[in-house]
Write a protein that binds this ligand. Structure first.
Ligand SMILES: [Zn+2]
Length: 235
């Protein structure tokens, strides 16, 4: 790799790489504000990461950093094995999971992890969220699936995320007994998926208090998903 800062002393390329990294670190630091705004995180839990375009690197929140004081310095640069490349702090304890997903899925440009309460309540039961809202068909293309129980510290969370999402159109997975992992073409898309996951987890939970929500026919789910993904919005 040509991206190790120490191997490119005082070159213009190294400076512009640093400039690109700084902008991405600022952008990802700011995106964490949505996790707070939508009440998806408590204390220092949760994180956003983004692949560095064109490099075998990604940026991710540092471990144990308060959201109130989070700026670009609280977002560090790692290689795709999860080793710290640039930054003052240790990377998030979820870095191995993010790294595994980036290594396995070249289409993923951003990821989010939260323990957002309604979605994590579904995860605690190991229950997928059924597709009973048109907004779910739009964003997730079906149910939000459950991934395996896995303990932090090796590749097992990343493996579970990749294996579960490979069999789904959903950009979100509920890791059993743990919480939400989302992917996107960039970090902002992954943040949106995390916000929408908590929103539909809450609404479907509320709906179930008074009966069984009605499923949406599969052909309608397919039509909604295709329209939203390909036609809706500014493209
Ligand atoms: Zn977690």
């Amino acid at each position: 790799m040509s991206t190790t800062p120490s191997s490119t002393p005082s070159s213009g390329t190294a400076r512009s790489d640093r400039g690109t990294h700084r902008r991405l670190r600022e952008e990802v630091a700011a995106l964490h504000g949505h996790l707070v705004r939508y009440q998806l995180v408590t204390w220092t839990a949760g994180n956003v990461s983004a692949r560095v375009p064109g490099e075998d690197l990604f940026v991710i929140k540092a471990s144990g950093v308060d959201y109130e004081s989070l700026d670009w310095r609280g977002v560090v640069v790692c290689d795709l094995d999860g080793n710290l490349v640039d930054g003052e702090h240790a990377p998030s304890s979820d870095t191995a999971a993010h790294a595994f997903v980036y290594r396995s899925r070249s289409d993923v440009g951003g990821q989010v992890h939260t323990h957002s309460p309604y979605a994590t309540a579904w995860a605690a039961r190991g229950e997928s969220i059924p597709c009973v809202l048109t907004a779910m068909a739009d964003e997730f293309g079906g149910p939000i699936p459950v991934g395996p129980f896995a303990i932090i510290g090796d590749d097992s969370i990343g493996r579970g995320v990749v294996a579960t999402l490979a069999e789904s159109r959903s950009p979100a997975v509920l890791m059993q007994n743990h919480g939400v992992f989302t992917i996107g073409k960039d970090a902002r898309s992954a943040v949106k998926a995390a916000v929408m996951t908590e929103d539909v987890a809450r609404t479907v939970h509320l709906s179930r208090q008074h009966g069984e929500p009605l499923p949406i026919p599969q052909d309608a789910v397919d039509r909604l998903f295709n329209r939203y993904q390909n036609v809706y919005g500014q493209r």
